[in-house]
Design a protein around this ligand. Structure first.
Ligand code: PMP
Length: 369
């Protein structure tokens, strides 16, 4: 298979795996005991028991032995209404991860270039490489000279890189995981107007941001947005995400989506969550925004810690002490945060999700210690 001494032995079945896959890192988090879980940007506010009972009743009444519809029309209509878009421009998936995979499989030819603003969500390069694409990373740039200023998108460099490589796609995560920065409207417009490929904005955290790109869809057929029920919509366990795009593009992507990708249960729960969005979910998001401001203030008051500005439900925190030591101290107190210091430009950084009042107090106490 490969040069002497490298690669799998002849009887090793992994010799039959594509080299590009063997070369990938494994995206996984080993489970750890904890009291406070702030490592996956989940929503700390569980949906109420009466909401769950309503969903379970609907599920009980639905057939379990029959496939769901090919297209979850009711859910797509609700998503379209909420996003101000057309139902035939919406796809629903088993988490937005699945739709990212569908998008890359459908659009990334072997050898095609995908421009990616980094550091960012680490699954993108994995998926792009599995699809056969080449990742062209474009670093974020410091927003200012201070350790707490954070990193922002370099639109000039993204445009230049996309043009020079004739990129098939430019992918930005906004608000960006794990830096918390977001790309303002002028930046998205420049990417759309000055590059020729698809402009993909992962808006997994858009509910926590001052702006989102939904209003640009009607005028920009090369814009693709990805969103999720895993963050503001508090349904990470049920795996629901959605994609918004020009209906012509959505139709092509839908050929790659596997049939019945969304279970009946997830579809029912997601539809119910949207029906009660204003009453149940919007207040939780507002509360998280207030909690984010409080957590940032408290962390900023600890010497040697600098929370970066965030438009999401997490904070990227620059620490004077090595993040591994800080994380070990937090871990010893049962607080599970995320080490992001191995990523480019993030040496000295860790990431904490915004939790409820008690969880945030535990994070702050651990950092003080
Ligand atoms: N995009 C980003 C930027 C994320 O941070 C995550 C989850 N951490 C996802 C997508 C995946 O979300 P989902 O649960 O919808 O697959």
């Amino acid at each position: 298979m490969s040069a002497a001494g490298q690669g799998p032995a002849p009887d090793d079945p992994t010799a039959l795996v594509r080299p590009v896959v063997r070369a990938l890192g494994h995206y996984t988090l080993p489970p750890r005991p904890h009291r406070v879980k702030v490592n996956q940007n989940e929503n700390p506010f569980e949906l109420p028991a009466e909401f769950k009972a309503e969903v379970l009743a609907a599920m009980s009444a639905a057939p379990w032995g029959r496939y769901p519809d090919f297209t979850p029309t009711g859910l797509l209509e609700r998503l379209a209404a909420r996003a101000g878009w057309t139902p035939d421009g919406v796809l629903a998936g088993n988490g937005s991860n699945e739709l990212l995979s569908v998008l890359f499989q459908a659009t990334v030819e072997p050898g095609a270039t995908v421009v990616l603003a980094v550091p960012t969500f680490s699954l993108y390069p994995t998926m792009i490489r599995v699809a056969g694409g080449e990742v062209c990373p474009v670093p974020l740039v410091p927003a200012g000279p201070g350790p707490g200023d954070g990193l922002v998108f370099d639109v000039d460099a993204l445009v230049a890189s996309a043009r020079a490589s004739a990129a098939r796609l430019v992918v930005v995560c906004s608000p960006n995981n794990p830096t918390g920065s977001f790309l303002p409207e002028a930046g998205v417009l420049r990417l759309l107007e000055e590059t020729d490929g698809l402009v993909v904005v992962d808006e997994a955290y858009h509910e926590f941001a001052p702006w989102n790109a939904g209003g640009l869809l009607a005028r920009h057929p090369r814009l693709v947005l990805l969103r999720t029920f895993s963050k503001a919509l508090a349904l990470a366990g049920l795996r629901v995400g959605y994609l918004l795009a020009d209906p012509r593009l959505a139709r092509e992507l839908d050929k790659v989506r596997l049939p019945y990708n969304l279970s009946r249960f997830s579809t029912i729960a997601a539809s119910a969550a949207l029906d009660r969005y204003d009453e149940l979910l919007a207040p939780r998001t507002a509360r998280l925004l207030a909690l984010r401001a409080g957590l940032a203030r408290e962390i900023a008051a600890i010497p040697g810690f600098w929370p970066w500005p965030s438009a999401a439900n997490f904070l990227c925190v620059r620490s004077e002490r090595p993040p591994r030591e800080v994380l070990a101290t937090l871990d010893a107190r049962g607080v599970l945060a995320r080490d992001v210091s191995g990523q480019p430009l993030l040496a000295g950084c860790l990431r904490v999700s915004v939790g409820d009042e008690l969880e945030n107090a535990e994070v702050v106490a651990g950092m003080r210690e």
